[in-house]
Design a protein around this ligand. Structure first.
Ligand SMILES: [Cu+2]
Length: 120
């Protein structure tokens, strides 16, 4: 079972336990959003945004908001390779893009997780 399922079950229990004592509407748990135009959020086994467009020279950061470890990895011989290594929960990885191009990347641990940085 994935950690996200545990978290949702915990919220349901917490809400039902306090609903009798409080008339407030239940809190809505929103997915975390990038803090700025140079950040990619990792959450629920996805990169968001899936494609990020930045100018040359930008330092892009990835932050892991999952409890599971993830990587942001671009393997290439022709342009700038990068690899975050295993990012634990709340860990941040930064990479500066010095050349224009299209940089597809993935999580080595969960290879269905893919994203792209477009550097202009
Ligand atoms: Cu992953």
């Amino acid at each position: 079972m994935r950690p996200v399922t545990f978290a949702v079950a915990g919220v349901v229990v917490a809400l039902s336990a306090c609903s009798a004592a409080s008339a407030k509407p239940p809190a809505i748990i929103a997915a975390p959003r990038p803090a700025n135009a140079q950040e990619v959020v990792i959450y629920d086994y996805k990169f968001a945004p899936l494609m990020l467009t930045v100018p040359v020279g930008t330092t892009v950061t990835w932050i892991n908001h999952d409890t599971a470890p993830h990587t942001a990895t671009h393997r290439s011989f022709s342009d700038e390779a990068f690899d975050s290594g295993n990012m634990q929960a709340t860990q941040i990885f930064a990479h500066r893009f010095r050349k224009p191009g299209t940089y597809p990347y993935l999580c080595i641990l969960h290879q269905g997780m893919r994203g792209t940085i477009l550097v202009q």
